[in-house]
Design a protein around this ligand. Sequence first.
Ligand code: ATP
Ligand code: MG
Length: 686
Amino acid sequence: MYLEKLNSQQRLAVEHGTASEGRHVAGPLLVIAGAGSGKTNTLAHRVAHLIVKGADPYRILLMTFSRRAASEMTRRVGRICAEVLGTNASAMADSLNWSGTFHGIGARFLRDYAEQIGLDPAFTIHDREDSADLLNLIRQELGFSKTESRFPGKGACLAIYSRAVNSQKELGLVLKESFPWCVGWEAQLRELFIAYVEAKQAQNVLDYDDLLLYWAQMVSEPLIAEEIGSRFDHIMVDEYQDTNRLQASILMALKPDGQGLTVVGDDAQSIYSFRAAEVRNILDFPGSFEPAAKIITLEQNYRSTQPILKAANAVIDLARERFTKNLWTDRESSRRPRLVTVRDESEQARYVADLVLDNREEGLKLKQQAVLFRASHHSGALEVELTRRNIPFVKFGGLKFLDSAHVKDMLAALRFVQNPRDKVAGFRLMLLLPGVGPASAGRALDLMAADRNPILTLSEMQAPPRAGSEWTEFVSVLQELKGGNYDWATEIARLREWYQPHLERLHEDAPTRLADIEQLEQIAASYPSRERFLTELTLDPPDATSDHAGAPLLDEDYLILSTIHSAKGQEWTRVFMLNVVDGCIPSDLAVGTSAEIEEERRLLYVAMTRARDQLDLIVPQRFFTHGQNAQGDRHVYAARSRFLPATLLQFFEVCSPTQSKSDVQSSQAARQVRIDMAARMRGMWK
Ligand code: ATP
Ligand code: MG
C-alpha cells in the first residue's frame, strides 16, 4: 500500500485533514524541508490519497512551476490511484484537469471571466521578447530613444516594469532598490508604462505579468474570489519558495481561511528573486491564518548518497541566513563528489563526453545523466563536442526552438489569426511580404485595430503600392482561417503551405527549418485548439532544439543539458556541473549585492542536490569570454567558485582528468627536445 512507503512525517502531511470521509476540509498546511526530502513526492501522494478517500479530482487545483513538472505530478498521482483503485492511470491523470503553472491556470480563468473584466476572450499572450518589442515601439513613439543621455533600453524597461508589477512596489522604490542607474528617468518611465498598458489594451494582448496581475485584481473582488475559490476543495502549490507577492495574494484571496490549502517548498532553494520571488512568502505562510497553518518538516533525504549530501550541506551552511535544517541520508557510499580541474572549456567538454560514454558502456542510460550550468551559453563547447561524437542530447532552459525566426513567424501567424489586433504579430508577418515596409504595415495595422472587424478592414484595404500578389494571398489565408472553415490540424497545415515559399525565399537552410515547422505541427496536434496551444506554448515553451540533436522521441535515449533554473525539482543518477568558477557561479552579473551573492550560493546548492550517486564539479582554469571589450574575444584565468573555499575541499575528491596529466607530461617532454634544423636542411642536399 502506498502509505507504507512513506516515513512518518511524510505520512502526516499526506493524511493531514483526511480522517473523515467525503468532502474534506483540511486546515492550511506547510511542508518545508531541504532538497530531495520527498516534498514533491509527498504532494503527489497527498493528492492521490485525497482522491482515494473520495475527493473529486476536478475540484483539486495543483500548481507547479513548469508544465513539465505539472505533467510529471499528474502522472504520478494517476499511477498511485490506479494501483489502489484499479482505475486506468492515464484517465485518472487526465481528470486532474486543473493542474498547471500559475500563469497557465491564470490564463484559463481570465478567458472564463473575460467579459466580466472587460477583456475580449480572444486575447493573445505576448512572450518576453514580444513585450520588449512593443515597449520599444512605444519608446520610439514617445521620442525617448532620441534623448540626449541614454534612456534605458527595451530589455531594461521591461525588467523594471516586470519587477514593479510582480513585487507590487512603487516604481520609485523599485528603481532605487534594483535599478539605481535609472532613477533619473522615473517620470519618463511612468509615461512609457502608461502608454504600454494602453497599447496592450487596444491590441487585446496580455503579457506574462498581466496573467498574474489581472488574476490578482480579479480576485480582489470578493464575489469573484469566492466563486473561483469554491470551485476547489483543495489548492496545492509546489516550490512555494519561488512564488512572488502577486501569487501569494491570489492564493490568500481564493482561500482566505486557508482551508484546503497546502504549500511545499525549501527556503534554501529560492532562486527566482529576479522575477520578484519572495522567500518571505513561505516563511510568512503559517502566520497568515487563524489558527496558524500546520507546519511539517522532513528530515531524511532519499535522493543523494551521504558524501554528496555532506558536500551540499557544507555549501549551504555558509549561507548568511536559512531556515530549513540539514538533512540526513542512509544511502552510504565511499565515493566523494569530485572537484575536477581542467585546462579550459574544450578539455571540460572532452572530459564530460568521455565519462558520459564510459557510463553508458557500464549500463547507465544517457537520460540518467545530466550536465548543469549557470547560464545557457556555458554549454556551447560541450554541445559542439557532443554533436561531433554523435551523442544525442536535449537542452533545457535554452529555448532555441522557439527563438528561431521561422518558428516565431509561424506562431505570429497563428496569433494574428487568433487576434488580428495584435500589432507585434501583424507587424512581423507583414514585413515578411516582399514590398511591404514598416510604414505601410504600420498604417494597415492601425486601420485594423481601429475597426470592429479587422479582417474585413484588411480585405477592403488597398494593397501597399509595391506589394505583389503575396499581399492578396496573405489576406485570403487570413480570411479563410478566420472564417473557421478548418479544424485545428488543417489550419496549421494551411498556414505552413502559405509560409513555405516565404521561408524558402528568406532562408538558405530552408529544409532544416521546415523540419522544425513540421515538429511544431506535431506538437500542435496534441492540443485541443489554437487558443490552448498558443497559450501553453507561449507560457512554457518546449526546450528541445532540433537543429542539434534531431527531434527526440520519447523512447529515445539522450543526455540532458540544463540550466540550473530549469533543473529545479529534478534528479539524475549522475550530474556534471560545468564552469564552477567565479564569474560563472556566482555569475559576474550578480555580484552587486550580498542578496544576489546569496542567491547564487543557493543555485550551487540546487545544482549539487540534483545528483543521486555521483557528482562532478568542473573547474576550467582558462576561460574564453566573448569580448565586449576592445581586445575582442579573449581568454581569462578563472578562479574556483568562492562558494567552495579551501575549508570545503575535504568534502571532495580533488583531481584533474588523467588524460590531461599525460597530455601535460608529453607536452613537457616535447619541450625538452632540441633539433638542429639548420644542419638538417643543409644535409638534405648533400
Ligand atoms: P526538491 O527539493 O529537489 O524538489 P523534493 O523534496 O521534492 O526535492 P522528491 O523529488 O519528492 O524530493 O523526492 C526525492 C527522491 O526521493 C525521489 O526519487 C523520491 O522518489 C524519493 N523518496 C521520497 N520519499 C521517499 C520515501 N519515503 N521512501 C523512498 N524514497 C523516497
Ligand atoms: Mg520537489
